[in-house]
Every structure is written in structure tokens, then in C-alpha cells.
Ligand binder design. Structure first.
Ligand SMILES: [Zn+2]
Length: 129
């Protein structure tokens, strides 16, 4: 756990905030929280591959075994995808495969969704980097 300001690992515990361990940097006095991130950051490639596997009918646990990505992380990606798809106009229907009555986005659309989800994350400002 390094200080986000000066990258020093010399810090000590400083109580808890909203159930999260708070730290204070001994070097610069900066306070920061030990972030517990169940969905640690994966590259877009891995995320896309996992989503593709899901869209091809693989189960979350199966993907977890193959890709080493925790299934709850994959589920959250799929949920993000589902939310985003509500806003996606159906003009590109011919590019997707029709499975049941659900339109599966093409890879190109996935890229766009990536960007969309990514910019959403930045806006919410949950990262220190
Ligand atoms: Zn510091």
C-alpha cells in the first residue's frame, strides 16, 4: 500500500472511514484509503475476451477457470454491457447474431461500449491514478 502522493510505503493506519481502512502517509501526511477492489483492473482485451466467451454461451465459472478472472468481475462486466445496450440504438441489428430474441452486439460494438463504460468510470472519479 503506497501513498498516492509520494509513492512512499512508509505509512500507518489512521482509523476507519465507512468501514474502509484509512491510512496516513508518514512522509507527506496525505491520508488515503486502502481500496478494496473486487474487480481489479483488467485490460480491455481480457474483458472483451471474457464477454465474447459469455456471449458464446460459456458460464461465468467456466470463463473464470479459463481466464483467471473472478466470476463476479465477469458478471459486473455483463451487467455493464446490459445497461449500456439499453441505450444502443438497434440500427446495427444485421451485424449482431440473434440468439433467442436477444441481440448480441458485434465485436465492433463491444469496442464502443468499452469506451463508453471507461468514460463513465472516469467521471465517477473512483480511481486515484
Ligand atoms: Zn506520501
Amino acid at each position: 500500500m503506497n501513498c498516492p502522493s509520494c509513492d512512499s510505503s512508509h505509512n500507518r493506519k489512521n482509523g476507519k472511514k465507512r468501514g474502509k481502512q484509512n491510512y496516513i502517509c508518514v512522509g507527506c501526511g496525505r491520508q488515503f484509503i486502502d481500496k478494496y477492489e473486487p474487480s481489479r483492473t483488467y485490460s480491455n482485451e481480457i474483458k472483451e475476451e471474457c464477454l465474447k466467451m459469455y456471449l458464446n454461451g460459456m458460464g461465468f465459472r467456466g470463463i473464470e477457470r479459463v481466464k483467471g478472472v473472478h466470476h463476479t468481475t465477469i458478471i459486473s462486466w455483463v451487467k455493464q454491457l446490459g445497461k449500456t445496450m439499453v441505450d444502443v440504438p438497434s440500427k446495427d441489428v444485421n451485424q449482431g447474431e440473434l440468439v433467442g430474441d436477444r441481440n448480441i452486439p458485434s465485436v465492433g460494438e463491444l469496442d464502443e461500449l468499452e469506451t463508453f463504460v471507461g468514460s463513465k468510470k472516469i467521471k465517477s472519479g473512483c480511481g486515484q491514478q
